[in-house]
Design a binder for this molecule. Sequence first.
Ligand SMILES: C[S@@+](CC[C@H](N)C(=O)[O-])C[C@H]1O[C@@H](n2cnc3c(N)ncnc32)[C@H](O)[C@@H]1O
Length: 333
Amino acid sequence: MDAKSGPPAEIGRGRVGRALPPPPRPGPKVRSFALRSPAKAGHNIYTTMPLSHQLSDSQYNWEQSISDMPTGKSKQRGRVALSLFSGAGGMDIGVMAAGFEVVACIEVDPHCCETLRAAAAREGRNTRVIEDDIRQVDPKELMSQLELKPGQLDLLCGGPPCQAFSQIGKQEALADERGLLLFQMARFAKVFKPKAILMEQVKGLLSAKDEHGQRGKVFELLLTELQHLGYVPKWQVINAADYGVPQLRQRVFVVSTRKPNGFQFPLPTHAPAEKTLPLFGLPPYVTVGEVIRGLPRPTEKNGKGKDCCHIDVTPAGDRFRIKGVPEGAFLTA
Ligand SMILES: C[S@@+](CC[C@H](N)C(=O)[O-])C[C@H]1O[C@@H](n2cnc3c(N)ncnc32)[C@H](O)[C@@H]1O
């Protein structure tokens, strides 16, 4: 594993004691166009075949593909991104803030898709929301619908489901079919050949065991797969609080580009209060209180208040527990 960066940031003071949301429920499908792959043998190589088979795609000539790549864009566009496992669009907000146009999102959960569509409409964006199981989406068909050619996509980004790797789950890794979804990033990268790939996952991925019980092997397989596709992956565990987010949330980020990868993970902008030495001049971690201080009182759930975007949905039991937490501290499971 030669692609790793420095040691994970030392934080991990506790975690919020909330269960992960349940897996997505099947809901009504709303598709703007047909993207499903024809049902042919071998289509779902990233979901059904043993990983050893997935990683030995000797038929694939990456060097040839690189030299065939067009350098220009099909249309007058800025930098374009495709978002996988988009959720309610949290990562996409950051990607757009970094100057990318998110041309399409793939997400299976109907409620998330409703949010994604509402946000795109509100902001006057043309983002296509593909409400489907990603395993059923044909990347070639999508690429053609988006009028892109291999190599023209600037960024492929996504945060695949974490339940199979999370410390508060059973950590069944690839024995849990949700764990295999990780490799959908590679399936789409293989077709789109994006200039860069950004992936976010829980820290448990770093130590996840493969089918032979070997710790760390799942992550190694992912990096190997990216390398096999011609990418140089760099990774780092990042704590959101180090960047001014009022949350102690550690996640592993993998940034892959085609060789060479000159990407550097940004330096922290904030530090824990006890480490904010005047010499470095970093401001202390931002607290939730600082961020939400200016909000008006929330309306009650099912209430008739005008502000339907700020609703108090916290159960009474949780409210009781939260009340006892001092400013700047946190709940543990
Ligand atoms: C960790 S969340 C991603 C959160 C997102 N990055 C954000 O910033 O909001 C993973 C998402 O993958 C979606 N998902 C799970 N299985 C999927 C599948 N088979 N196809 C498409 N999306 C799926 C889930 O509904 C969930 O919204």
